[in-house]
Design a protein around this ligand. Structure first.
Ligand SMILES: Nc1ncnc2c1ncn2[C@@H]1O[C@H](COP(=O)(O)OP(=O)(O)OP(=O)(O)O)[C@@H](O)[C@H]1O
Length: 754
């Protein structure tokens, strides 16, 4: 490979880099000091620099520069940019002007203060799309609804590390594949990184797809789903920075372990301010009442116990996440709405102030957009103002009635004693009737409102669980009484004590939204869900209803649907039923692992009850997965330590021992900890650096490691069990470079993949 200095444009590029860094330093210094010093700083920054070309032009530009203030985020981004201000350059001859424009692409943009000419163009800007989409030659792009055409004359990668120009590659001479290969062959650091230098065309399409529409991506293991989702958020924030605060965006990840895993990429992409949480935590935080979340052991029990109880739990989970249960909840809400239509008109004393029909019109039509209890409040306030309005007339009617009688008596009763007696009585009666009317005016409304139950969300769900006959009725015959009883027995008792399962949270969110509404502070405008295949129908539907938006970015892989007992079974129901506006894309190419590893993993797909096209690995070769057998504990320890040590020596940084069950993971940690520094990964933990990790397969989903050792000590995989196949598939698709199998001799090699 020729040395970077041999490139014909080396000195131009070096100049440009020096200029850019100096400019950034000057801008930073000024931003951190004050406006008056800006020019002084600029002059100082450049006094020692001797540009071969255009130095006068640069200096002139700078002398005329004016300062404008920067936010702390912009300052942080620029500081990061000092090490690597940009990663690519392109030359574009605009058809309109015929002039050649030179653009340097980086993670953040930088403009010349004096004339707003870009020094660095943000990778998310419209023009940068040319770099990802286009080849050298005629091309066009869109910005603010307008089409621009021209000719792309140069596409160049500039490798800058720690501020030094390390390499220059002209694309179309070097293939994009080669650059990708290099990027993929690097060692992983246990954390996800950004890929802006090597975003592929099909990935770019998803990142930049219409931001006003939901998208659903079915992507093979390692196809970059998580990475793309984060880049899309970054793109969104860039496009809408004037309109959206990043807090209005939320990413829902499967666990805190996963949030830790993606944490490094977030500030780099400028998306660290978005909300990052799990579905469970979001619901617990959003729901008004306080609940205790029961540990979700369904998958563990299915894998480790596989007994009747485990199957029952999983079955209940499926029922509670189903479309039918959603319909049940909807009908239940309708029934609760009906309970809020009064049986009688509203009277104060004998005066009819409001008819039940008028109430029904308000409740079911005018205010239907509000949650039930807010509607109730509204109707109540309408009644209250009617009472207030009628108050005067009603008391006046009483007064007039008695005053007229008294007047008549005064005029026509001749006998003074009788007259006095009559008038006194009438005055007493008047006072009594006025008091009664006032009392009626005071009490009629509160007592009328008593007919409407005020129950908490959890009580409503409890009452539904507790009445299997209601479940059957609202299911429109889709559930049998037996099924409803089973669900009821499983769920009602816990809910009474405010103990909930993950599955209850979706139902509570749905009910709360309809009964009391969701605090606007807790609503977000745009939601990204990773590992969406593990969500149930109801989870997605409730989230969509609670957020009052369909702006979701959903990424997942059905082949990794290890929570399939509750998860969605096909994308059709998500697309047709929940997100009809969504665009659907498939990503078949896998970037994570080698051809040799993917070939083995691909064999597993044939055992799943879906038709998956084979995952195509980006052509990158590595060793074929190796098999090692052991029979004793000592042998196991020996095998694992040998592999770990030799892989570390070969320079691999991250190594994971992946087991099928948590039980096996714990057992292996016990026997291994005196021989190797190992850490057992927990769902709520962070991923340690520089330690071999032991992790059960279901927790490793979404993560990646340089080397994976798949171990079976007391548990093997049954090819006839869908869950087993998926768990093994997840484990086998985690490594970037090498995969080893270390298995107990009692289990034949998993013959189906050999
Ligand atoms: N265009 C690209 N350039 C460089 N690396 C890439 C590219 N696309 C994906 N990768 C890398 O491939 C690996 C897999 O990406 P990611 O974890 O986002 O995939 P995924 O589809 O979410 O996988 P899984 O389904 O297994 O969780 C990561 O190391 C990522 O950096």
């Amino acid at each position: 490979m020729p040395h970077v200095t041999e490139h014909p444009d080396y000195s131009t590029e070096l100049d440009r880099l020096t200029f850019t860094k100096a400019y950034i330093r000057a801008v930073l210094k000024t931003a951190e000091t004050n406006q008056d010093q800006f020019l002084e700083n600029i002059q100082e920054a450049f006094k020692d620099e001797d540009f071969k070309e255009s130095s006068n032009a640069y200096t002139n530009l700078l002398l005329n520069a004016s300062f404008f203030s920067m936010s702390s985020e912009e300052i942080a981004a620029l500081k990061r940019a000092l090490d690597k201000p940009y990663f690519a350059r392109m030359n574009f001859v605009r058809e309109e002007t015929g002039e050649e424009e030179i653009h340097y692409l980086g993670k953040t943009s930088l403009y010349q203060r004096e004339n707003q000419e870009p020094i660095i163009v943000d990778w998310r800007s419209p023009i940068a799309n040319l770099y990802y989409e286009g080849r050298i030659g005629p091309i066009h792009y869109e910005a603010q609804g307008e089409e621009f055409a021209g000719n792309l004359t140069l596409k160049r990668q500039l490798m800058v590390e720690k501020g030094q120009l390390e390499d220059i590659r002209d694309i179309d001479l070097t293939t994009t594949d080669e650059l990708l290969q290099e990027s993929l062959s690097k060692s992983s650091s246990n954390r996800l990184t950004d890929i802006i230098t090597t975003i592929q065309k099909e990935q770019n399409k998803i990142i930049r797809a219409d931001l006003n529409k939901p998208i659903l991506v079915q992507g093979a293991a390692g196809s970059g789903k998580t990475t793309i989702a984060l880049h899309r958020i970054s793109y969104f924030i860039y496009q809408y920075k004037q309109h959206f605060n990043p807090r209005q965006l939320m990413i829902l990840a499967p666990s805190h372990l996963f949030i830790d895993y993606i944490s490094e990429a977030l500030p780099e992409l400028g998306v660290d301010k978005i909300r990052q949480t799990t579905f469970q935590d979001y619901c617990l935080d959003t729901l008004e009442e306080t609940y205790t979340l029961l540990e979700d052991r369904k998958l563990i029990n299915l894998v480790e116990k596989a007994n009747e109880d485990a199957y029952l739990e999983a079955w209940v989970s499926g029922m509670k996440g189903s479309r039918t249960f959603y319909q049940i909840l909807r009908r239940y809400i309708q029934e609760i709405e009906n309970r809020m239509i009064p049986k009688d008109d509203f009277f104060v004393g004998q005066y009819r102030l409001f008819s039940k029909q008028k109430w029904a019109d308000l409740f079911l039509e005018d205010y239907v957009y509000l949650p039930i209890y807010r509607r109730l409040e509204k109707c109540k306030s309408v009644l209250k103002s009617t009472v207030d309005k009628k108050k005067g007339t009603m008391t006046k009617k009483v007064e007039d009635f008695y005053d007229e009688r008294i007047d008549r008596a005064l005029l026509h009763r001749k006998d003074p004693a009788k007259r006095k007696e009559y008038v006194t009585k009438a005055l007493d009666k008047k006072a009594e009737m006025l008091a009664e009317t006032k009392k009626n005016l005071r009490t009629a409304l509160p007592s009328y409102m008593k007919q409407f139950d005020k129950k908490k969300t959890s009580t409503y769900l409890y009452e539904l669980y507790e009445q299997p006959e209601l479940l059957v009725e609202f299911s429109n015959g889709e559930w049998t009484m037996d099924e409803a009883i089973k669900l009821s027995q499983h769920s009602a008792k816990n809910l009474k004590k405010k103990k909930v399962e993950l599955e209850d949270l979706a139902a509570l969110l749905f009910l709360e939204k309809h009964l009391y509404g969701i605090d606007p502070e807790k609503r977000v405008k745009n939601i990204v869900i990773d590992e969406v295949q593990d969500y149930s129908y109801l989870q997605l539907k409730s989230l969509q209803i609670a957020m009052e938006t369909d702006m979701f970015t959903l990424v997942g892989d059905l082949a990794q649907g290890i929570h399939h007992y509750r998860g969605i079974q096909s994308w059709e129901e998500v697309l047709y039923d929940i997100f009809p506006r969504a665009t659907y894309t498939e990503l078949q190419k896998s970037y994570r692992t080698t051809v040799e590893i993917m070939e083995k993993a691909n064999k597993l797909l044939a055992y799943l009850p879906y038709t998956f096209p084979k995952v195509e690995p980006v052509v990158r070769h590595g060793p074929t997965p190796e098999w090692k057998k052991f029979s004793t504990e000592n042998e196991l320890v020996q095998q694992l330590t040998n592999i770990c040590e030799s892989e570390k020596e070969s320079g691999f940084e991250t190594i994971a021992i992946i087991t099928k069950t948590k039980k096996d993971a714990e057992a292996i940690q016990q026997v291994l900890q005196d021989h190797l520094p190992v850490t057992l990964l927990e769902a709520a933990a962070a991923i340690p650096k520089n330690r071999v990790v032991i992790v059960p397969s279901y927790l490793s989903k979404g993560l990646e490691f340089d080397v994976v050792i798949q171990t079976s000590w007391s548990e093997s995989f049954d090819v006839n069990q869908e869950l087993d196949v998926k768990l093994l598939y997840v484990a086998m698709t985690r490594p970037l470079h090498k995969l080893h199998f270390v298995y107990h001799e009692q289990f034949e090699k998993y013959g189906f993949i050999d």
